[in-house]
Design a protein around this ligand. Structure first.
Ligand code: SF4
Length: 329
């Protein structure tokens, strides 16, 4: 089974001595047939990690292995066959299409690059791909700007499927879509995973979105995974104060207010010092925003430890405290 493993990934940007640490020792694995969600706010490092996973960026330290072998060689080149096995879907579908090509021509482009098909076979394959994502064949003849956002994101997914990949890296694929269209695209990704055995790394700032399709969820804060959970219910059992703040923003009308995790107190949120990747504080990197911080949080950098539900791991010195226990059903 295909597996992509990112081990101990470090990545910084900016001039020496004033670097911004985007990723600070992140481990992620993605196997065919599972959906791993990577959640965090802007600047958490999630898009950098997605780009590294597909070989569009290189880590300063750490390894990216596809089935145990380096994805890229020392000069960053990726073997043709491996590039076909891991494909990416971008946030802005319009920006990812050539405006001067028809949608069908763009979907066919990976088939031309990877070769092996006649023109007629490519045309048939494009029609199959458009059908697989629920698009009518006649939409393929149109320019990208003539399609709606949802239709174009479907076309982008069709293009990513052209090389029959085992893994898809999806960077905020529904962030620019209306709520109703968003649900359709999420359902499409869930179906593709089920029918084709795809592994999907789903990057999002919205915990509510990823909870619909995630088998595992990793919560990233300032370049570090601060909580990991299994299954779709992490937001219900979250113990890290940052995950709880994300979970409090999930608008699920089926859950009574008293059962939802508490958001940050307004005074803490408003007065929080935005440390950002340029100024990660000593000890716990979340402590400048954390309403549960105690003095030891300034001295000790917490690591991910098992606590709570099966498969749950939390990087918080107080994760086992009753104050951070999820509400009882
Ligand atoms: S270690 Fe301390 S500061 Fe960090 S999240 Fe836990 S309680 Fe808050």
């Amino acid at each position: 089974m295909t597996e992509l493993a990112l081990n101990g990934i470090f990545r910084s940007f900016g001039p020496r001595g004033a670097e911004a640490r985007a990723l600070d020792g992140v481990d992620v694995t993605l196997s065919a047939g599972e959906t791993v969600a990577l959640v965090g706010e802007s600047g958490s490092g999630k898009t950098t990690l997605a780009r590294i996973a597909i070989g569009l960026d290189r880590p300063d330290r750490g390894s990216v292995l596809l089935d145990g072998r380096p994805l890229a060689d020392r000069r960053g080149r990726i073997a043709h066959a491996d590039r076909a096995r891991v494909q990416m879907v971008f946030q802005d579908p319009l920006a990812s299409f050539n405006p001067h090509r028809s949608v069908a021509a763009s979907v066919a482009l990976p088939l031309r690059l990877h070769g092996g098909l006649s023109r007629a076979a490519r045309r048939d394959r494009v029609l199959d791909l458009l059908a697989a994502v629920g698009l009518d064949a006649d939409l393929g003849a149109r320019a990208p700007a003539a399609l709606s956002g949802g239709q174009l994101q479907r076309a982008a997914i069709a293009r990513a499927l052209a090389t029959d990949p085992a893994l898809l890296i999806c960077d905020e694929p529904v962030a620019s879509l209306d709520v109703s269209v968003r649900a359709q695209v999420l359902n499409l990704l869930a179906r593709l995973r089920r029918d084709r055995g795809l592994g999907i790394l789903f990057v999002s700032h919205d915990l509510g979105v990823v909870q619909r399709i995630a088998d595992r969820t990793l919560v990233l804060f300032h370049g570090r995974v601060v909580e990991e959970g299994v299954g779709p219910g992490l937001w219900r059992v979250a113990r890290h104060p940052y995950t709880r703040a994300l979970a409090a923003a999930v608008p699920d009308p089926a859950v009574p207010w008293r059962d939802r995790p508490r958001a940050l107190p307004a005074a803490v949120a408003a007065g929080a010092e935005a440390a950002g990747p340029f100024a990660i504080p000593s000890g716990c990197r979340y402590r400048l925003r954390c309403p549960h911080a105690v003095p030891v949080c300034a001295e000790t950098d917490p690591t991910l430890e098992p606590v709570g539900a099966p498969g749950q791991r939390v990087a918080c010195l107080r994760a086992g405290d009753p104050a951070l226990a999820p509400p009882q059903p």
